[in-house]
Every structure is written in structure tokens, then in C-alpha cells.
Design a protein around this ligand. Sequence first.
Ligand SMILES: CC(C)(COP(=O)(O)OP(=O)(O)OC[C@H]1O[C@@H](n2cnc3c(N)ncnc32)[C@H](O)[C@@H]1OP(=O)(O)O)[C@@H](O)C(=O)NCCC(=O)NCCS
Length: 203
Amino acid sequence: MWSENFCKLLSKNQYKLMVSSSTFADIESVKKICVKNKSYKLMRFDEYNIKRKCLFRKLKYVAEYVNLELGFANDRMEINDHVIYIMLLESEKKVVGYLEALPIFKSFKILKYEDDVITLHPQSISNTKIGISKLWTAMEHRQIGIARSMLDECRASFFKNSNTSVSQFEIAFSSINDNFIYFLQKYYNGNLNDILIYLLEHN
Ligand SMILES: CC(C)(COP(=O)(O)OP(=O)(O)OC[C@H]1O[C@@H](n2cnc3c(N)ncnc32)[C@H](O)[C@@H]1OP(=O)(O)O)[C@@H](O)C(=O)NCCC(=O)NCCS
């Protein structure tokens, strides 16, 4: 449960998720979804468009908010090879979903997950293609398919230029937590044995 002070801090930082009509104006949406009369637009950013100054600043703001909410260190935003997907709630011009991914080659199956501690299988899996470093949906828009849409689209279009589509078993995650497990259980049809974890130092 978040403390009152942390909620205040999040609310003070909400402006980082707001988008002016010009910011993403010329970014084509890769997917549109409509749930409960709300329209959401998914956009893909890679090193070619992220480098544009105003986009970089906006994406950095969004990443800062996501890092704050998830308790991640506010590291330097990596753009080389990285692909970012943003889900925008069109009516409010607000970012409500964020996925950050990078190319990787090796990952590990989970041997044990208990009390937030992961034990990995010692043998790595070598045919891994994408690492998901961050996946986030805004609280008020959860469990309506936003994270699933972003992840599916990432698998379909991460390697946009080579038209390589990536299966569920060729992606790995940087970490898991109790809340994320519920999502993964659905995404892997209950087979938690299929979840892969990557370590940057092994890639
Ligand atoms: C994990 C997270 C990204 C899921 O996002 P989401 O947009 O709510 O997920 P979806 O709506 O696409 O969920 C897909 C399925 O999983 C289910 N699901 C997702 N979260 C669930 C939960 N907490 N409890 C039960 N079921 C859950 C959905 O109901 C849906 O089921 P369905 O396919 O039967 O309809 C979101 O809860 C989140 O941002 N959590 C905090 C950040 C985090 O832990 N990120 C992961 C590590 S970086």
C-alpha cells in the first residue's frame, strides 16, 4: 500500500504523462483499441524518432514517471537499439501505458519464485530475442488488455525492418513481482514455467 506522501509525489508528477496535441502529431499509431467507449492509441518509438529533441524529452518524462511509480532508479535513458511503446488515452491526451524493450540473446527459466525472490535455472536459453525492461499500465486502466496489447505489438513489430515476428517463448523480462505474476499467468496460459528472465551482464 502506498503511503500518503508517495501518493502526493505521484500526483505532483502526473503532468509528465500529459501530452500536448503537437508532441506525437506525426507519429503514426501502430494499433488502436477501444474499451468501454474509450479510445487508446499505441505508438512505437525507436532510435530514429526518439532522437528528435521534443520526443526524447517527452519520453524521458514518461519514463521518469514510470520509474518513480515502480521504484526503479532514474537511470540514463538508453535509446540505442531500444524500442518504446506508448499507449495514449486519446480523450485525455494522457499516456496510460509504457513498454520498453531491447534486443537480447540469452535468458533463464525460473527455478523458484518465493517471497519476491527469484532463483534462476543455471542453464541459459540461447534463442531469446527481446528483453522487456519495463511494462507499465496506469492504475485506473488496468485489466482491460493494455499491457497485453503492448506486448503483442512489441513481439510483432520490434524488428520492424526485418519483418521478424517473435513468439512468447523468445521474450524475457528483467524482473517479476507478485502483481506481475498475475498478468504473466494469463499471458502464458498458466504455464509459469515458460517465463524467461534476462540478465544484462549475460547479453
Ligand atoms: C502488470 C501490469 C503491466 C499489467 O497491466 P494490465 O494492462 O492491467 O494487463 P492486461 O489488462 O493486459 O492483462 C492481461 C490479462 O491479465 C489479467 N491481469 C492483469 N493483472 C492482473 C492482476 N493484478 N490480477 C488478476 N489478473 C490480472 C487481466 O485481467 C487480463 O486477463 P484476461 O486476458 O483474462 O482478460 C500492470 O499491473 C502494472 O503496470 N503493474 C505495475 C508494474 C509492473 O509490475 N510491471 C512489471 C515489471 S516491469
